[in-house]
Design a binder for this molecule. Structure first.
Ligand SMILES: C[S@@+](CC[C@H](N)C(=O)[O-])C[C@H]1O[C@@H](n2cnc3c(N)ncnc32)[C@H](O)[C@@H]1O
Length: 395
């Protein structure tokens, strides 16, 4: 059995939806991650505690950040129990703290029931603590002091501590559900892939003419304003961890707060339209929740009437239009894409466009040639990100 002690340079892994690994790797490198390696649905990297905190607070495209505690061989149920007990759990939590365990298994005949696996891991931790302190940590699946992940693949178990605690796409500003919203980390990936960071730095505007609940606009403002996406979250997986360093975390937070204040005063024009009144109300609420009231303009407007005010500098049109997925919707969607194409050609010369579509056939209805599409996944659905500049030569 091979157990690695916790190094000062932690072994970290940032998870992300499939096809977003490249953009996440760029983010982690920019944040100072060492030995950054793209893996399937994630990025492995090394970093000290400050780097781990920054990744949790600043990564826009990650879902979770587990910190590897150990890896060991598992050929039997007892191996799993023993492997977990090799860790000194008193270094990670107190006997009166709480914990949650998530377990997944692939190709391991000894343990293929995830519920049983999670139970075994919890027993190993609880038994060790009870034997030493005569008291045992309780289980809290919602917001535990620490959340443990065990990933069993073939004969190897990877044991990690979930630093995120809750999926990092939950920034805390979205509360009203509308039909077909996109996740915040996918929205950020679309904007980063579309070159929004640079367009915003050059003073370009951002317009989402079918903005729904405003996810792309809020994420766009966070990017343009140099605002950490995790700044409003009140829970992270490391806050109840025994090795959490409150003073260090506070310096990371203070720095983010300062950058936010400077960024907020320099935001470019950010505008959204949607045809639906309730959706417009949801977008306005989310903008307020994100602390961006007055910084993003929203209007109830149909795509056929989309236009830019003269005072708005040309910039990026970003959009997640309806996919026309359901039976009978396709014809309606075809008309919508046709109208969208017409509006773009007539009134947005010189603007750049990035749109995520679920049905490439509908993309042709725009009547504008795009660059090579980029594959992204909206949940399980494979989508294409189309990017083009509105220029007569590409009509
Ligand atoms: C897939 S949703 C966008 C979701 C958004 N990205 C979010 O995360 O909340 C598509 C939006 O397009 C809007 N829409 C559909 N047809 C429209 C039209 N003709 N003009 C303007 N908006 C339209 C719908 O009301 C809906 O909110």
């Amino acid at each position: 059995m091979n157990h690695d002690a916790i190094p000062t340079l932690y072994q970290l892994f940032a998870t992300t939806p499939k096809a977003m690994e490249g953009i996440l790797a760029n983010e982690i490198e920019a944040l100072g991650g060492k030995n950054v390696q793209q893996k399937m649905a994630g990025v492995a990297f090394q970093g000290d505690l400050a780097m781990a905190y920054k990744a949790c607070l600043w990564s826009r495209t990650t879902s979770r950040i587990p910190l590897l505690l150990s890896s060991f061989e598992v050929k039997s149920q007892q191996d799993l129990y023993d492997g977990i007990q090799c860790i000194d759990w008193s270094e990670h939590l107190n006997a009166d703290d709480s914990l949650a365990v998530s377990f997944s298994s692939k190709n391991n005949p000894a343990i293929n029931n995830t519920h049983f696996g999670a139970q075994k891991v919890k027993d190993a931790i609880v038994d060790q603590m009870r034997a030493r302190f005569n008291e045992r940590p309780r289980v809290d699946t919602e917001r535990p002091s620490i959340r443990i992940n065990v990933y069993l693949h073939n004969d190897t178990a990877q044991l990690s501590l979930d630093l995120s605690g809750e999926s990092s796409h939950k920034r805390g500003y979205r509360e009203i559900g509308i039909a077909a919203p996109i996740k915040e980390n996918l929205a950020a990936a679309i904007l980063l892939r579309a070159g929004w960071t640079k367009i915003a730095q050059q003073g370009g505007s951002l317009l989402d003419p079918m903005c729904g609940s405003g996810t792309l606009l809020v994420e766009g403002a966070l990017i343009a304003g140099d605002i950490a996406p995790g700044l409003q979250r009140d829970y992270f997986g490391f806050l109840g961890w025994k090795q959490h360093n409150t003073a260090l975390w506070q310096t990371v937070l203070d720095d983010a707060q300062q950058r936010r204040e400077i960024g907020l005063s320099q935001l470019p024009v950010i505008v959204g339209f949607d045809q639906d009144r309730h959706t417009v109300a949801a977008a306005l609420q989310h903008i307020e929740n994100a602390g961006l009231s007055g910084k993003i303009h929203i209007e109830k407007r149909d795509i056929a009437d989309a236009s830019a005010a003269e005072s708005w500098p040309k910039g990026l049109i970003v959009c997640n239009p309806p996919y026309g997925e359901r039976l009978g919707d396709e014809e309606q969607a075809a008309v919508l894409y046709l109208q969208f194409g017409e509006a773009l050609k007539r009134r947005f010369t010189g603007w750049q466009v990035a749109m995520i579509i679920g049905n490439p056939e509908l993309g042709f209805r725009l009547g504008i040639r795009s660059q090579k599409p980029i594959t992204l996944f909206n949940g399980a659905l494979e989508c294409k990100l189309l990017r083009f500049t509105i220029d007569e030569k590409s009509f």
